[in-house]
Design a protein around this ligand. Sequence first.
Ligand code: GDP
Ligand code: MG
Length: 305
Amino acid sequence: MFYLQKTRKFFEANWLLRRCAATWKSLPDKASFANILRMDDKTLTKLTFPLQDLEKYYVSNVNTENFRIFNPSLDYIQWAELLFKPSKDHEIDYFSSAIRMDHAPLLSQPEVCFIGRSNVGKSCLLKALFSLAPEVEVRVSKTPVGVVLECPPSQLDAGAIQGHTKKLNFFKVGKRFTMVDMPGYGYRAPQDFSEMVEAYLQERKNLKRTFLLVDGVTGIQEVDNTAVEMLEEFGIPYVLVLTKIDRAPKGLLLKNVLAIQDFVEKQTQGCFPQLFPVSSVEFSGIYLLRCFIAHVTGNLSITES
Ligand SMILES: Nc1nc2c(ncn2[C@@H]2O[C@H](COP(=O)(O)OP(=O)(O)O)[C@@H](O)[C@H]2O)c(=O)[nH]1
Ligand SMILES: [Mg+2]
């Protein structure tokens, strides 16, 4: 009997160890900023401050007279990452979905949302931001047959078969804030898109910032202009995120960055003048964006050193 109990304990301990090892293994190497800090300076800058890395090649046309560039120290970036690490007291998980605004959960904590045309990379970006919590289920678009898989396979789940996000999907980051994945506009957008998204953007009281995603390869497209016009009309603060920068050759990326900065300067009021380039595959820009989200949701106040 004693022997049996001992054997069971051994197997239980072994199972627990294997479970922890499996969780540990499923974390991508670049999920944690601690690993990036061990890399050489060039890679560290490229992954942490992709815009700064690009600025070596051009003179920035951003007018900094009326705003302060978000340029936190590495310590702040590391600190902000703690918010994205799940623990017993700080659960990070999918919370609920809504197809209409009156289905949206009543949450009072600060909220940020991600909008952009279908396929621009919203869900993959959320996956990358949540990469320290791999059990969070974010549904990403099914890769069309014959197309090279761009997001790491671990980022595709069973729900991916359902394809594009057609609901507002709410993810709770403990009691600190909520992140919302929005339905894509443009091709294959649901008919009630405008009703759902416009109502959300206009009515959501705790919405602190809207992240509008633009494809780094194509730059701003006609559909993106429509989204910008909508956000401008609503007068809510928003930020442009340039996605898939790993796919854009440097020359093209520079051209798109300059064009977008010029567009923001001349044609927008509510857009934060600083652009956030990201790659959800290479993880560039992810750590800075986590820090910015921590900041805009009131979880990180940054003092100048
Ligand atoms: N190379 C690359 N591909 C990406 C990136 N982000 C998303 N993708 C790919 O773009 C497609 C659409 O991504 P998804 O996140 O589902 O777009 P959504 O419709 O805006 O949610 C998928 O095939 C992804 O693998 C990225 O940063 N780099
Ligand atoms: Mg999606």
